[in-house]
Design a protein around this ligand. Structure first.
Ligand SMILES: [Zn+2]
Length: 179
């Protein structure tokens, strides 16, 4: 006997018949400009997102769900997590972690471009950094400079160290070099 308590919340909301499958995750903020707006052509733009078919709240990440009776609807990740549907939750979590991985890879690629540019900027600022002693006393005693420190970092650091040095060089360049 089917009890009301056991009914899937999406079924109760008349979105379709259980079981429900998550078929896609859509991040509507992809391609948004610096103001968070999506350009839809003809000089028109729109805010990313839409509303959750379950709770009606505004959502940016759509979890596209298909019911057993082939009804297709979109809900937010928060609502998926509130369903008590462990299988659905797991699939959505997997989709989202894959998306985050892609976003991370893209972010690292963008940082790598800045790192390469900073190496060039460092050469432009060689005179400036060569007049500053190395931060390491034992290197400073040998006559090494801040320029040598930065070159060393670019050669020997991992990504995060090289990116840290990059942001430092960018900051110095913003103060010293004409735009
Ligand atoms: Zn919702």
């Amino acid at each position: 006997m089917e009890t009301e308590a056991k009914k899937h919340v999406f079924e109760t909301a008349e979105l379709g018949t259980a079981p429900f499958r998550c078929v896609a995750i859509e991040d509507t903020s992809i391609g948004a400009d610096e103001n968070g707006m999506i350009h839809i052509g003809g000089g028109q733009m729109t805010k990313p997102g839409g509303s959750c078919d379950y709770c009606g709240n505004g959502i940016v990440t759509f979890c596209w769900i298909v019911s057993k009776d082939k009804k297709r609807f979109k809900v937010g990740t928060t609502c998926v997590n509130k369903t008590g549907d462990a299988g659905l939750k797991k699939v959505v979590a997997k989709h989202i972690s894959a998306k985050r991985k892609v976003a991370r890879v893209k972010a690292v690629a963008r940082q790598e471009i800045r790192i390469e540019a900073a190496k060039i900027t460092l050469e432009e600022l060689k005179g400036y950094f060569s007049n500053i002693e190395s931060v390491h006393d034992w290197k400073a005693e040998k006559g090494e400079t801040r320029y040598d420190d930065l070159i060393w970092m670019f050669k020997n650091s991992g990504h995060s160290g090289r990116y840290r040095v990059t942001r430092f060089i960018e900051k110095v360049a913003a103060d010293l070099l004409p735009a």
